[in-house]
Every structure is written in C-alpha cells, then in structure tokens.
Design a protein around this ligand. Structure first.
Ligand code: SAM
Length: 230
C-alpha cells in the first residue's frame, strides 16, 4: 500500500468536491477507491493525481480526473446497471463505473463492457484492470465501438470517451428505453458533452453540457483516420 498515493487521491477528491464537479457520494466513493496510479504508464506515476490528461501511448490519453468525475456524475449510475463504454484507453473510467454498478460483494452486480480500437491499449487496460482488481467486473473488447456491442445490448448507460462528429446511430439503437448516453460531440478542435436521454417511449432528448476536448472517435460512425490527420 502506497500511503503517498492514498493521500494525493484524497486531496484530489476534496478539490473536485469543492469545485462542484463531484456532487454525489457514489462518485466520491468510486474516485476514492480506484487507484489511478495503476492506470498510468510507469514514467507518469508521480503525476497520477494531477488533474490533467496523461499520455498512455499510441497517441492516446487517460482523461483528466475532473472529466472522469463529471462524466460519471452525468451518467447517474446505480448498482446493477449494464454500461457500455466506447474508448477503453487505460481502463480507468471503466473501473470507476464498475465501482458504482458492481461494487465488491454486491447482491445484484451490474457490468461494464468497454471497447477499444487499438489492440495494444486494450491489452494495457486489461493488465491495469487485473492489477487493480476490476477484471471480474469489466469486459474489454477490441473493435470499432461506433458499432456498439449488439451481443450484450441493450444498455442502461453508454459513455463515449472520444470525440464524435455526431451521435453514432448503432449506439442510439442499443440504448435501453429510459437509458442515458454521455458523449462528446463536435469538430476536431472543440466538442460539447451531450447528455442523450431515451424516454420510456423511445423519444430522444439531447441536452448540451460543457465544452471539452477529446481525442477523436475513429470508426464507421465516427471520424475517418484521413479526415483527422490531414
Ligand atoms: N476512457 C479512457 C480512460 O479511462 O483511460 C480514456 C479514453 S481516450 C481519451 C480515448 C480512447 O478511445 C483511445 O484509447 C482511442 O484509441 C479510443 N477510440 C477511438 N475511436 C474508437 C472506436 N471507434 N472504438 C473504440 N475505441 C476508440
């Protein structure tokens, strides 16, 4: 047990509470329980509790803690839910979600399915989730997440952690009536977090939240690699 990291984690959570990003006990507990230092590359470990995105290789990043906390709050999660994440990256956001939907010793555990398009990162995330004790609650899949994951659909919640030009149609279809999706939508340089609710009768309601900047969502219903690089 590394007490320095535990102290830094507590300080970060206190700051996010003071700033109004963490608003619920559930999200507070989740951020206090997940060791972010196990989800960043070895050489960035000292910065694990700085409120900043960090490189994880292959040109990708682990999102800043405030963004993870905010998106988790917006998802409005409950124990027992089935959640799909697009953009596994380091696996950290998936572990935070698992802490809420499938806490240890839960009598009605939910689950997290997370999709990553870069196989090396999916492997990195699997290793991190294993070490941190979440691999039994999080399934990591390699593939194009813009297609969703029909095999386990429908989902109570969907979270996309890469920037989309628009809301991918398959994700809307795989969201349960009464379900919610949180996704950054915009152009290459700036996006807005969209909160997408599907009413029990199937109507889609979209609310725009804060501006944000994510790495691109690349895939059939996302950006094409060429559109992004040139
Ligand atoms: N949630 C991650 C975490 O906790 O570390 C951070 C995600 S990072 C900002 C975005 C990730 O989305 C990258 O790893 C990228 O490779 C992945 N990605 C981009 N397009 C994708 C797609 N179509 N399907 C699955 N993953 C995708």
């Amino acid at each position: 047990m590394n007490y320095r990291f535990i102290e830094e984690r507590k300080r970060l959570v206190e700051m996010l509470k003071r700033e109004g990003i963490i608003r619920s006990k559930k999200v507070e507990r989740a951020l206090l329980n997940v060791p972010r230092e196990l989800f960043v590359p070895e050489n960035y470990r000292d910065l694990a509790y700085a409120d900043t995105p960090l490189p994880i290789g292959k040109g990708q990043t682990i999102s800043a803690p405030h963004m993870v906390a905010l998106m988790t709050e917006l998802l409005n999660l409950d124990e027992g839910m089935k959640v799909l994440e697009i953009g596994t990256g380091s696996g950290y956001q998936a572990a935070v979600i698992a802490e809420i939907v499938a806490p240890k010793n839960s009598k009605k555990p939910g689950k997290v399915i997370t999709i990553e398009r870069i196989p090396e990162l999916a492997e990195f995330a699997r290793r991190n989730l294993e070490r941190a004790g979440y691999i039994d609650r999080v399934k990591v899949v390699v593939g194009d997440g813009t297609l969703g994951y029909p095999k386990e659909a429908p989902y109570d919640r969907i979270i996309v952690t890469a920037a989309a030009p628009d809301i991918p149609k398959p994700l809307l279809e795989q969201l349960k009536p009464g379900g919610r999706m949180v996704i950054p939508v915009g152009n290459k340089y700036l996006q807005y977090l969209y909160i997408v609710d599907k009413t029990p009768s199937g109507r889609i309601i979209i609310n725009k939240d804060i501006p944000c900047v994510f790495v691109p969502l690349i895939g059939k219903y996302g950006w094409k690699v060429k559109e992004y690089l040139y």
